[in-house]
Design a protein around this ligand. Sequence first.
Ligand code: FES
Length: 193
Amino acid sequence: MSPPNPKKPHLDRRDLLWILPSLVTGGFFGWLAWRTYVIHFTKAKVREPLWRAGPRLRAAALDELPSVWRFRYFEYRYADSPLRAVVIRLPQPVSGGLSVGEAHFLALSRICTHQGCTVNFVDNPELGAIAYNYRTDHPFLGCPCHFGAYEPLQAGKAVYGPPQFPLPRLRLEEEGGVLYATGLEVPFRPLER
Ligand code: FES
């Protein structure tokens, strides 16, 4: 039998006792860093919308949204199918929204751009912070499936959780004290790429 080579590294069981836990710990923190990066820094920017004309459907009467952060769910159409949507009165104008005098509105699709669940208006930011881990001082839109959060004051931008893309906007017009949706932003994610 040849004698052990002193230059060749030799691992014994005691080495494995620290190497394996170190690998597991390093892997966990690597995964955590990657996940934090994805959650916080890979969200698509909201750009000026490109509209595709659609049917003209009632979203809400102005007097149904008498103050800031009032909202109303309504139904629009996508490819002859019903589409859940929401119109929100905001404290400031945003890209793709509509201002009527001093009142500012934004209409968004409620289809989550991650995997298509229906997002909800989260009107209690404190409860929202617990449920969605997204901290803000105003209402936002949250997806109950994987706790994605979208920011109305950034025109529907995905701000937390797995969604990367903003909620598509719906074009609004006002006539006779009523807000109408008249088209969709394209590409209409997640149904279009
Ligand atoms: S489907 Fe909405 S966060 Fe996953």
